[in-house]
Ligand binder design. Structure first.
Ligand SMILES: Cc1ncc(COP(=O)(O)O)c(C=O)c1O
Length: 311
């Protein structure tokens, strides 16, 4: 992976190679951590973190759901992220804050283990590739069901929970597909391994509801707003698996992947087998919003002062 020079670790900027934890870190054993995936983009106004506050609010909510008090305020983590991007002189980057139970107490009762916070930033291209964004990806419905509400908390972006996504991703990848689609415990469509999912039929966009065990994506909220502004009807309801095969278009959204058309699912071509007009239009406007090219969405940008790199 690409690296940066510094990582923010419990309030200090430390060299990338020295941002380490003890092997008896609680989160390493039991998955007791929560995290975020955020991106900063170069915009005409300068470097800007996309929907920064929304991501940090979700981080605080995820932590609260797992009884993990974060020893910093949201504003402190926001300022730390700005400082870190500037210190690394990155004009565009992926941002990974993580809050986890640290070293000091083993056993399943975690509340006496310290809570540690790190933020890493590094250059990271589109998760499913630029080619995937352009031509669409091939996906497979995984045999693994998305974690149900009554076992874990799909709404939390919590470390241990991602073993579910990891299994689905490995299965899809070994079978030769770029992404996995998980069904919920009732067999309805839930989401991609790291993205929310949408089907388009006769111009109407349909996406699974909160009760389907989705992560409440911030890109999803953005696409809702953009679809509304473009005059599309968008419906949240349970989707049967075959509705994906029968859709005119299917696409995914997530911070890492951005907006990615799906051209094939389980070896069924979706629509014409190429990204369709609705996905294309939403993708274009979403990209404009991310890169600060659309004034309607300038409120989503949190500008960072990055020093100009000496050449
Ligand atoms: C499981 C899962 N679903 C959906 C998403 C999309 O969420 P967002 O748009 O906030 O990145 C992500 C990525 O964070 C994810 O990991």
């Amino acid at each position: 992976m690409d690296q940066a020079e510094l990582i923010w670790h419990n309030g200090e900027l430390v060299p990338w190679e020295e941002a380490k934890v003890h092997v008896l870190t609680h989160g390493l054993h039991y998955g007791t951590g929560v995290f975020e995936g955020i991106r900063a983009y170069e915009t005409p106004q300068g470097t800007a973190v996309f929907r920064h506050r929304d991501h940090l609010e979700r981080l605080f909510k995820s932590a609260e759901l797992y009884y993990m008090p974060i020893p910093y305020t949201l504003e402190e983590l926001r300022a730390a992220t700005h400082e870190l991007i500037a210190a690394n002189e990155l004009r565009e980057c992926y941002i990974r804050p993580i809050v986890f139970r640290g070293y000091g107490q083993m056993g399943l009762y975690p509340l006496d283990a310290p809570v540690e916070v790190s933020i890493a930033v590094w250059p990271w291209g589109a998760y499913l590739g630029e080619e995937g964004k352009r031509a669409g990806v091939r996906a497979k419905v995984a045999s693994w069901r998305r974690i149900p509400h009554d076992s874990l908390i799909p709404h939390a972006k919590a470390c241990g929970q991602y073993l579910n996504n990891v299994l689905a991703k490995i299965e899809a990848s070994k079978a030769g597909y770029q992404e996995a689609i998980l069904l919920d415990s009732h067999g309805f469509v839930c989401e991609g391994s790291g993205e929310n999912i949408y089907a388009v039929r006769d111009g109407v966009i349909t996406t699974p509801p909160q009760t389907a065990g989705i992560l409440d994506g911030i890109s999803r909220k953005s696409v809702f707003q953009i679809a509304h502004d473009l005059g599309y009807e968008l419906v949240e309801r349970d989707l049967a698996r075959a509705e994906l095969y029968l859709a005119d278009e299917v696409f995914l959204t997530g911070t890492a992947a951005e907006l990615v058309p799906v051209r094939e699912i389980d070896d069924h071509a979706i629509g014409t087998g190429e990204p369709g007009p609705v996905s294309r239009e939403l993708q274009r406007v979403f990209e404009d919003a991310l890169h600060g090219r659309d004034p309607r969405y300038s409120d989503w940008l949190d500008l960072v002062k990055v020093p100009t790199k000496a050449t």
